[in-house]
Design a protein around this ligand. Structure first.
Ligand SMILES: [Ca+2]
Ligand SMILES: [Ca+2]
Length: 268
């Protein structure tokens, strides 16, 4: 074989090996790693993985060793409310395939508040006489109610007392506040004053029936009058020990001694 023929034969063998994909000495190394995917998510973050407004997702793919192709890796916007939409980016190169996925949840609407319920009805005639707590309730269609306020009240006394509460959905949106109003008086009446309708008949003694008017409520309460329901009888040295309030707070039907009221042992 001539030298020219030997060189031609060698060139044919190299070309055949190259066509079979066998690298010759000095060629680029084989890609052994799949593409790297990085993700950027922007949007108003809420609670528990929720977003409270439109979300934008962008992916970046890189592979320095070989070219790649992608699927689903275009920038995406999730603007509508959703309890969960799954997005996935897939990238393949000579080194393999990578995937990156996420589920986007969007709730941009605040919950509505539907009620406020005290832990018990008023203690007496629309008045509360001891601390109470009010539980607020709400409704939410997308992420659901996460929590509603439970608000306690222990004073001050007020004819127009109020507590205010709200609800949050699971995404963290907060409802408008709602106010629950009530009357509150946890302070028993002070000294009950008894005013006789007339002066004693003889040296501080009454010799025939006398009427008394009781007052004990504080000024800001209307109808602060007391009515005796048990009175001293003849021959007994007072006092009036029992009275019943009209609108005042009376946690006990036994009131402090008003004053001793003497009645004559003589019959009128
Ligand atoms: Ca690679
Ligand atoms: Ca909501």
């Amino acid at each position: 074989m001539t030298r020219a023929r030997e060189r031609a034969a060698l060139a044919t063998v190299v070309a055949g090996l190259s066509a079979l994909g066998v690298a010759s000495a000095g060629a680029a190394p084989t890609d052994k790693t799949a593409p790297v995917i990085t993700r950027e998510v922007t949007g108003p973050e809420g609670d528990d993985g929720w977003f409270r407004g439109p979300v934008n997702v962008r992916w970046t793919v890189s592979d320095p060793e070989s070219p790649w192709t992608t699927s689903g890796c275009d920038a995406r916007e999730v603007a509508d409310e959703t309890s969960g939409v799954t997005l996935e980016c897939r990238a393949s190169s000579a080194g393999g395939t990578s995937t990156d996925g996420l589920t986007v949840k969007v709730d941009a609407t605040a919950p509505s508040i539907t009620g406020a319920t005290p832990d018990r009805p008023p203690d007496r005639r629309r008045w509360y006489h001891a601390p109470l707590s009010v539980t607020f309730a709400g409704d939410d269609t997308t992420s659901g109610i996460g929590s509603c306020a439970v608000v306690g009240y222990a004073g001050p006394d007020a004819r127009r007392a109020a507590v205010t509460g709200s609800c949050r959905d699971a995404a963290g949106n907060e409802s408008a506040p709602r106010t629950f109003r009530f009357r509150y008086d946890a302070t028993p009446p002070g000294i009950i004053r008894a005013r006789p309708s007339r002066r004693p008949d003889h040296r501080g003694w009454y010799t025939h029936p006398v009427r008394f008017r009781f007052r004990g409520c504080r000024r800001r309460q209307r109808g602060g009058r007391f009515q005796a329901i048990s009175t001293a009888s003849e021959g007994v040295r007072g006092p009036f020990q029992h009275a019943q309030g009209s609108t005042c707070n009376l946690r006990s039907t036994t009131l402090p001694t008003v004053r001793e009221i003497r009645q004559s042992q003589e019959t009128s």
